[in-house]
Design a protein around this ligand. Structure first.
Ligand SMILES: [Zn+2]
Length: 395
């Protein structure tokens, strides 16, 4: 048993308990009880005093690439698998020690993250829960070679049927597809759709048969509409949106944007060590992303939270960078951002029966911070404690 004593709780992220302070009792990897502060007795070694600290559900990073460091992508492509596996574990742990207890990987090479997710699930190594998409399915596109084996090209509805089934066979949790051009791909124009609707429709239908949700990389409005029409669960980036996109998101109730501000913000802020095409595309896109976020906020659309970690060196575990951008550039409150990274992401990724809030019966994936992160987002830099499946994380 573990008693997290006298913790400050955020009401919007805590279920079935009204007070501001409480004792959270964890046993067998599960949150068993939330009791009035300082009311639970236990032996000394079972108690962690969280006076002055805020306890939150562990955060969920909905979009990252564990097999990317963010340095030279061509060089990363040719590293030996064993080396990359170790690096992936390290990056997963970088996320965990910062309070991200679940991460979704949206682009694997050689089944490395699939294997890592399994090793973590089996308790062989400590890491966050990893949801994996396997390879990224994409139309043949100039610049795909930049990412080596991370991309699987498919160019007709039938090829998408086959490609989705192949991913399903490998045991993935999600299907990831490229819907529009990408910033990091030297050949892509971010706003332009690259997939035909009949190809996306075939992929989505096949995924539905296999019981797998679909995530689509999509910067432009035509792509966003195509995604919503075809029941895509998460529209990654969803950067350039018009009024019709907003209306369609609102009406759909089953497609959600996962905006990512970090890459563009970083490429613009630190251009010197980046390829020229990263910086050029980021400059045109960043303002549009901010406009999109304003539109989501105004329309009350539920959005998720992701950072696209792996796109620049030092991005894994650096979620504070995304939080700061959302607060300082897009006008969200710290509390709104924390809800996006916990409760919203759990609902959007359909894992809210297990994680996303502090509630009795949910997995004991928790993070405590020294201060009030719901009032001052910079407090997320001061991690006091991370608990994963009831175990204290010591990394
Ligand atoms: Zn990505």
């Amino acid at each position: 048993m573990l008693v997290l004593r006298n913790a400050r709780l955020i009401q919007e992220l805590t279920e079935g308990y009204e007070d501001r302070y409480g004792d959270v009792v964890v046993d067998k990897g599960i949150i068993q009880e939330i009791r009035p502060a300082k009311s639970v007795s236990a032996s000394e070694d079972e108690i962690i005093d969280l006076t002055g600290k805020t306890l939150m559900p562990g955060m969920i990073e909905a979009h990252l690439h564990l097999d990317l460091e963010g340095s030279n992508t061509f060089e990363e492509n040719v590293q030996p698998d064993a080396y990359r596996t170790v690096c992936c574990l390290q990056r997963a742990q970088d996320n965990l020690r910062r309070g991200y207890t679940t991460v979704r990987d949206l682009g694997d090479r050689n089944n490395i993250t699939l294997g890592l997710a399994r090793a973590i699930r089996e308790g062989r190594v400590m890491g966050p829960d990893v949801l994996v998409s396997g390879k990224i399915l994409t139309p043949t596109e100039a610049g795909n070679e930049f990412f080596g084996d991370m991309y699987e090209e498919a160019d007709s509805p039938l090829e998408y049927v086959k490609a989705v089934r192949r991913q399903y066979q490998m045991g993935v949790d999600w299907i990831k597809i490229m819907g529009t051009g990408a910033v990091m791909n030297p050949g892509g124009t971010p706003g332009n759709a690259i997939i035909f609707e009949e190809e996306l429709a075939a992929a989505c239908r096949t995924a539905e048969y296999a019981g797998l949700p679909v995530a689509v990389h999509c910067h432009g409005s035509e792509g966003v509409k195509m995604c919503i029409r075809n029941g895509v669960r998460t529209v990654e980036h969803s950067s350039i949106v018009d009024d019709e996109c907003i209306r369609m998101y609102k009406e759909s109730g089953k497609s959600f944007p996962i905006p990512t501000m970090s890459p563009m913000t970083n490429f613009v802020e630190f251009p010197d060590d980046k390829p020229e095409h990263y910086v050029r595309k980021a400059k045109t896109l960043l303002g549009k992303i901010v406009d999109g976020l304003h539109a989501y906020k105004e329309a009350g659309i539920k959005i998720g939270w992701g950072t696209d970690a792996g796109v620049y060196v030092g991005s894994h575990g650096n979620g504070i960078y995304e939080f700061r951008a959302r607060v300082n550039m897009a006008g969200f409150t710290p509390l709104e951002c924390l809800i996006q990274a916990t409760k919203n992401n759990a609902e959007i990724l359909m894992i809210d029966d297990q994680v996303g809030t502090i509630a009795c019966g949910k997995r004991a994936n928790l993070a405590a911070f020294s201060g009030n992160p719901d009032e001052n987002i910079d407090v997320l830099d001061d991690v006091a404690l991370v608990v994963k499946a009831g175990e204290i994380v010591k990394l």
